[in-house]
Design a protein around this ligand. Sequence first.
Ligand code: FES
Length: 188
Amino acid sequence: MQFVKTGFIVIALLDGLKQKHAEHVFSYVDSEGCTLNLDELISSQPKGTHVYVCGPKPMIDAVIDCCNKHRYRDEYIHWEQFASTVPEDGEAFTVVLAKSNQEIEVQSNQTILQAIETLNIDVECLCREGVCGTCETAILEGEADHLDHYLSDAEKASQKSMMICVSRAKGKKTSIRSLIYLFGRSIA
Ligand code: FES
């Protein structure tokens, strides 16, 4: 099993897997300078190997492309993408970027991430589907309508952070602050 994670590693999950299957679990964490060489991995497998991949769409696409490049048969490639539950049209609301005290209107057909990006603010985000956790952002005031697949139910209930690529505000106004110390990001 190859476990790839960018940003926050899911420590509990990975530790559990390693405890039970240490010799079969390999982890790659970008923030620790350890990245998976997909081409090397796929090309070095014995003939007849089945490949199973789940996660964000860009990663799934990369694995399938690599398998195709190395002539894996279609029936040997298995994948599952976490479906986004983002509603087509949510309610508009206001987000306050706490560090700069800047207010942003998030339109009904926009995510918080998209609204922030219109200001040319660079936000770290890998999947944009609420799966990878890289856009996790602290909630200082208000509550989120959590639509991601990353946070546990308990974490969602605690309303301490949210995935701004998919989740929305429950009320008309929510104040958020980048988890800049955790992720080294530079959003306002
Ligand atoms: S970018 Fe992956 S959870 Fe938001």
